[in-house]
Structure formats: C-alpha cells, structure tokens
Write a protein that binds this ligand. Structure first.
Ligand code: ADP
Ligand code: ZN
Length: 764
C-alpha cells in the first residue's frame, strides 16, 4: 500500500510514502487502529523536515523503487478532513487554475490544521491499569489519602476526563504523577464520544466561534419582528417556487437578479430553511466586507436554534480552527463565510448561496493560487448535485451571459420589498455648478432639504484620507511614494502621508522638500468631505465609514449602529458603504465623483463603475419614503452614464455585453494572465519575454505582451504581464499544461515572482 500525499510545496506533483511503520503513534477509533485513507492528514519526512500533508490517493504501486520510499511518521486523522467530493473539487481547482495541488489543498485548510492540529478536539482520558484495580481491591495506597481518592475517582466511572478532574480537585496532577509512577493509572488522548463513558464527551471543550456568540444573543426589539418571516412578495414566492419545481435535490444554477432592497436575502432564508428541514446543511458565501453584523444577525435571528459557523478573514488562527472543526464535525448546520469558505468541509451540503456574486472579493487576486470562489461554488454544486444560487442587483456580465447561454436560470425581483420605491437618479453637471470642497451647490441644497425633512444622507466618495495629493504652491513639487508610481495621500488627522498602494507611511512635511515653500492639499478624500460637511451642516452629526476608521468588525458595528439608530444624520464613506447595509431612513445618496473609471484601460472598469453606482444608489429610499440619488460628474454626456440612467443596469449590461462581443473580450474570450514582478526594472519583462519565446501557441490561441502594468512600480517591485487568449477553453488549458512546466524551468524565473491568473478580473 502506497500513500500518495499532497504537500504544501510549489512542486506540481504528489509524493509517495509507505504507511507509518508499526509502532508509530497511531490514532484509534473505538479502540481499533485507523488505516490511512484519502482525505486524511499524515506527518511525513520531507528532506530533513517533518511536514503535514494530505493523503490524496492510495495506490498499489509507486513509480519509485520500494526501497527508496520512506514510511510516513504518523497518521493524524481518524476520518477524512476532506471527503471524496471535496478532494475532487480541490484537484479540479488545481487543474483548472494550473496550480500545484499541495498549495491548493493548503489554501483549503486552516493554518493550524496544516500544522497538524487535531481535527477533532481530543480529551485527556485517565483510566486505571489492571495493577491499579488490584491495588484498589487490596485497599491501597494506605498512607496517601489524596492518591487513594484519585484512584477511586478514576476507577468509579471506568475512566475520566482530565478537565473534569481539574474542576473537581485542583492540584490532582501531583497525586496522578505518583500513581503513574506506581503503574496504577495511565492517560491517553482520545476523541470525545469514543471513550467508555460517552456521557462526559465534552461538547463544551469546543471553543466558541468568534462572532457567533454575539450574533446568537437575543435579538433586540427591532429585530424581534424579523423572527417572524414576512409574507413573501409575489416575485419572491415565484423564485422560491421555481427552485422547488426544478427539484431541490438536483443541481441547478440560479441567478437571482433582484434590484437593491428587493428582498433577495429573504429568498435565501427560505431556501436555507427548506434545506435545513431536509436534514442537510447550507453554505452561504458573502463578499469580504459583506459579512456584516446586520447580515449575521438576520440569519442568526431566523435560525435561532441552528448552530452557525462563521468563516472569515478576521478570525484568529485558533478561532478559525474552532470554526472549521464545527463545520467538519457537522455540528454547524449553516455556514456563512467569505471566499475561502467555498472549501469548507461541510458534510451533507444541500445548498450553496453566493450573495453579491459580482463582487471582486470572490476572486483571489494575490499570491499563487488565484481562484474564483463564485465559479468554484458552481463546480462544487454540480459535483454534489445540489442547487446553487447566485444573487445580485448588478450581476457580473459573465453571469448574465451564462443566463443567455442557458447555463444559469434567471429569477427576477423587479420591485422593492415592503412597498419601497426605487430611487430616482439624476446627474449633476460639475462644469455648470459652483463647487465647494467637491460638493456642488445642487447637492448641498439637496442635503439641506433631506436633513430638514428628517431624512438621513449618504455621501459616497471613492477615496479615503484627506486629500489624494500634496503639492508645493511655488515649484509644483508633488509628494510621491518612493516605492510606487503613485502619489502619497494626505491623512490630516493623523498628520501622516500614506501610500495606498504599498502602505508607506511618513510624517506630513511642513514645507516643500525641494524649495521650502508652503504646501497645499489638492482634491478630496472621505476625511476632508467629513470636515467640510461638518462646517456646512453643524447641526447634523456625521459618521464616517472607511478603512481608516473601521479596521475590525466591532468598529463597523459601532458606525453602522450610529446610522441605524438615527443618531448620525450624514454618513460619508468609501466602497464600504455600498455593501449590503439596510438603512431605511436614508433618503438621499450623493455620489461625489463618478468620473474615475469612465476612461480606464481595463475593459472591466465600466462594469465596475456601473455596479458601484447602482449599489450605492440602492442605499437610498429603502424605507417608507422615496429616495433621491445625485451623481456628480464632469461628463454627463458619457454613454455609460446615459445608458445607466435611461435603461438601468439591465440596459447598461446589454450594451456592455454587445461591446464585449465585438471587441472579443470575456465572456466571449478565455483569458489567462501570466504576471511577474521583480526588483530590477527589466526582470519581469525579461522573464515574460523568455516565457513568450518558449510558447508554441496553436493557431486558435494568441499570446500578447509582455506589457508593463499601468502602475508599473509598486512597493519597489516592477510589474508586468503576458496575456494568453483563446475562444476555445480546452485549447487554452491544453496550451497552459504544456507551457507552464517550461516557464517554471526558465532561468529568468528565479529572478522574479510570478503567478498565473486564469480568468483574471483585473488587467493592469
Ligand atoms: P436585498 O438583499 O435584495 O437588497 P433585503 O433582503 O435586504 O433586500 O430586503 C430589503 C428589506 O425588505 C429588508 O428590510 C427586509 O426585511 C424587507 N423585506 C424583504 N422581503 C420582504 C417581504 N416579503 N415583506 C416585507 N418586507 C420584506
Ligand atoms: Zn507606495
């Protein structure tokens, strides 16, 4: 028997080992030793190190001669931590993204599990030995009452958990040591529930999951109403009925296209409820900053008695391990998580939901393994033969094309739930207006009006900090980042200059570093907008939402709380304000500047801008009163803004898809980007040029580049990319299969960091 093991290394292969030698530490289940099986972790010798890997296959033979194979040190699991279906998904992802399978599997496991932490929390179980029983029967030990009591206690129930002993008799370990020395008692690490006395299998040794406790606290009076599910609107009911009619135990991919505030979440809740009622589990994926306290509270309030696990990037390693264990054991029946939760080992998974499926955070864009959690959710649902529902008010053009091609079925929620009307959108021509601190007189008057009518106002600006530029009044010097092709942003309150690309951070200079003259700030960020609004509307308390004021979930909770309670009347924020919040009293939304993104070189920029505008506009008028949206621009005639205002997101999307087809961009073309960066200016382009020379593209495939990134230098590294495109997906992957090993072997590869990005989201 040969174990074929995936290890966290950049090598594109599995590693063969013999099973652990007899006498190696071996896990047992109900007293019987466990045999290695696919999906279990093993500790193995790798070079001079001890590494933890995952058994992917059991083979009868190895390509290597048997005498060269080493035995694994130790089997670490009593049951697979990735079942056959999950393992298949991981191997599929490794193939599709052309990434080493060991690193793919590593990305799916919490760090502590990768280091060998037990998948099932173990208990330290104490039992008496045969000699111990005999000693007890003989009335020993006579002169050590504490030892005698401990021996009796351990014998009483046939064994006892160390935690119980610790609680009952502090200081027991001294007595235990003495009894061990006499050979009368012994201990072992065991899986709860497998001991003689299952009654003490300690549920409570499971560490609580961060957030879940708070989320499951009793709902406040305002949320109480939500415990009672609302009557579904006709469109919501039709959506739920369509899924039921298609068969909830079958794979179908649904695109729930509902305008903002149309009640998509309510549809998810009903489908989740039905899934749980069938005894299966549900996985709900949300964007990186979508896992808000509000959303969690809604799920937790509806499923008050259902154990919930949250998986997101804010967890500590220990919390992540605890959450993963609760998922793996099946204890958690509902899993809410961000990107990497698509790999959560949920047993008997019956439904996958991807909320805000257009969100860029579902795509891993850093590091080596760059995957799309949305796309993998589809693949996973297909393999499990269960429904998957993607929801958005602004679906990705790819998803709309999947509907057109018959791969997804669209469900529409064209109206807002609870009688709210969609907001009215209006462009404000900045060239025709007097503008003060970025705010037009029209917008200022509207803010005054809405505040006067007891409404709340949301001001969106795509930039944090005080001002994006610090310039000299005399010589025109502009504060640059030393390591990026970018300017430093002024953070006035903190008295710092910061680079938003590399994180460089230094004190705010008092005068020009070149000529010594006075400096001025140019342009606005959230901090400055907050300052000028405070001057213009001194009566209205302001809340700000951006990454400078909100770094942790509890800070987000505090800001959201101030707005939800009505205490703050104006909310100023970046992208963060566009996501999922439901503030029924916001009646006016002002988009300060829509113009960044109108003229980008990235073919997806228009789509992203349209999505942002529609999403932020969707925060207006969610309650009883109608909403108004003002979009400030210097290009009111721009076709994108025109089509968006005239025909809504649907109209925009139709026009944008037509353009994509004509220009042969995705989804009508398959792309992969080979990206590289190096410290020497020519390293990346040199490597990519060599990669291009090594390529022998078939006739239906093109290799383009290398081209430097739009911002070529970032954090002191020079970035460039090579693009591979084909209309034929299979041809693209066949090409990559042959080409990548050659790319890897290039001598130039050693001077750069490089990664392949299949289906890249951002081209730079
Ligand atoms: P979306 O996710 O589509 O933006 P939400 O699910 O947040 O919309 O719903 C918007 C608001 O409408 C929420 O306050 C929600 O509680 C409410 N709502 C949803 N469905 C209904 C319904 N059928 N009847 C009454 N209110 C509803
Ligand atoms: Zn920088």
């Amino acid at each position: 028997m040969i174990l074929r093991v995936a290890l966290d290394t950049p090598l594109r292969r599995l590693f063969d080992y013999l099973p652990p030698a007899p006498g190696a530490p071996a896990p047992t289940l109900a007293g019987a030793p466990v045999e290695a099986a696919p999906g279990m972790r093993v500790a193995v010798p790798f070079g001079r190190q001890r590494r933890v890997g995952l058994v992917v296959e059991i083979a009868a033979a190895s390509d290597l001669p048997l005498e060269r194979l080493k035995p694994a040190y130790e089997l670490l699991d009593v049951a697979p931590v990735a079942d056959a279906k999950l393992l298949a998904l991981l191997r599929w992802a490794a193939d599709y993204y052309h990434h080493p399978v060991g690193e793919v599997i590593a990305a799916a496991l919490p760090k502590l599990a990768r280091l060998g932490a037990r998948a099932v929390p173990q208990v330290e179980w104490w039992v008496t030995t045969i000699d111990g029983e005999a000693a007890l029967a003989a009335g020993e030990p006579r002169r050590a009452p504490r030892q005698r009591e401990l021996l009796e206690r351990i014998a009483r129930d046939g064994g006892v958990d160390a935690e119980v002993l610790g609680a009952e008799r502090p200081g027991w370990r001294d007595a235990a040591r003495a009894l061990v020395a006499r050979g009368w008692i012994s201990s072992a690490e065991v899986v709860p529930g497998t001991t003689a006395d299952a009654a003490v299998a300690p549920e409570d040794t499971l560490a609580p999951v961060a957030g879940a406790g708070a989320a499951q606290a009793a709902p406040s009076a305002g949320e109480e109403a939500r415990l009672l599910p609302p009557r579904l609107s006709e469109a919501q009911q039709a959506a739920v009925d369509a899924v039921i009619a298609a068969g909830e135990e079958r794979y179908h991919a649904w695109l729930l296209h509902g305008i903002t505030g149309s009640g998509k979440t309510e549809v998810y809740l009903r489908l989740v409820e039905r899934t749980l009622a069938r005894g299966r589990r549900a996985l709900v994926l949300v964007p990186e900053i979508g896992l808000t306290p509000q959303l969690v509270a809604r799920f937790a309030a509806r499923f008050a008695t259902v154990p919930l696990a949250l998986l997101h990037s804010g967890l500590t390693d220990v919390q992540r391990l605890a959450a993963w264990r609760r998922v793996l054991s099946g204890e958690a029946r509902l899993v809410l998580g961000t990107r990497s939760a698509v790999f959560a080992p949920v047993p008997d998974l019956g439904l996958i939901v991807v909320d805000e499926e257009h969100d860029a955070s579902f795509k891993q864009q850093e590091g080596g393994f760059r995957y799309s959690a949305r796309d993998l959710a589809i693949v996973r649902a297909q393999a499990l033969d269960v429904p998957v529902m993607l929801g958005s008010a602004t679906p990705a053009l790819e998803s709309l094309q999947n509907v057109a091609a018959g791969r997804f079925r669209r469900l529409s929620l064209p109206r807002r739930a609870a009688h709210a009307l969609p907001p009215t959108l209006r462009l404000v021509d900045l060239r025709q207006e007097s503008v003060h601190a970025g705010l037009s007189s029209t917008a200022a008057a509207a803010i005054q009006r809405h505040l006067g009518a007891e409404g709340q106002v949301l001001v969106y600006i795509n930039r944090r900090g005080y001002a994006p530029t610090l310039a000299c009044k005399a010589c025109g010097w502009i504060a640059p980042c030393a390591d990026c092709d970018a300017r430093m942003t002024v953070h006035l309150a903190a008295q710092r200059l910061r680079c938003h690309h590399c994180g460089a951070d230094r004190p705010l200079p008092r005068q020009c570093t070149v000529c010594g003259y006075e400096l001025r700030t140019v342009g606005q960020g959230t901090e400055r907008v907050e300052e000028s609004l405070a001057k213009m509307f001194p009566q209205a308390p302001i809340a700000r939402l951006d990454r400078d004021v909100v770094r942790h979930a509890h800070e987000l909770e505090a800001v959201v709380g101030r707005v939800a309670s009505g205490e703050a009347r104006i909310l100023v924020g970046t992208q963060m304000v566009t996501k999922g919040h439901d503030f029924p009293n916001v009646t006016l939304v002002v988009v300060l500047n829509a113009d960044q993104g109108l003229f980008s070189t990235d073919f997806r920029a228009a789509e992203r801008l349209a999505q942002t505008i529609v999403q932020v506009a969707g925060r207006a008028g969610r309650g009883d009163r109608p909403g108004e949206v003002l979009i400030q621009t210097e290009y009111p005639e721009h076709p994108l803004l025109r089509s968006l205002l005239a025909a809504g997101y649907d109209g925009f999307a139709e026009a944008a898809l037509r353009e994509r087809r004509e220009a042969a961009w995705p989804p009508f073309m398959r792309l992969a980007a080979l990206r590289a960066s190096g410290t020497a200016p020519e390293a990346a382009t040199g490597f990519l040029a060599a990669a291009r020379r090594a390529a022998r593209p078939p006739p239906d495939l093109r290799v383009l580049g290398p081209a430097p990134a739009a911002m070529a230098r970032r954090a002191g590294r020079h970035h460039a990319q090579l693009l591979v495109e084909s209309t034929d997906r299979a041809a693209l992957h066949r090409f990559l299969d042959g080409w990548l090993p050659e790319v890897e072997a290039l001598p130039e590869a050693r001077k750069v960091r490089w990664a392949l990005d299949v289906d890249p989201l951002e081209l730079f």
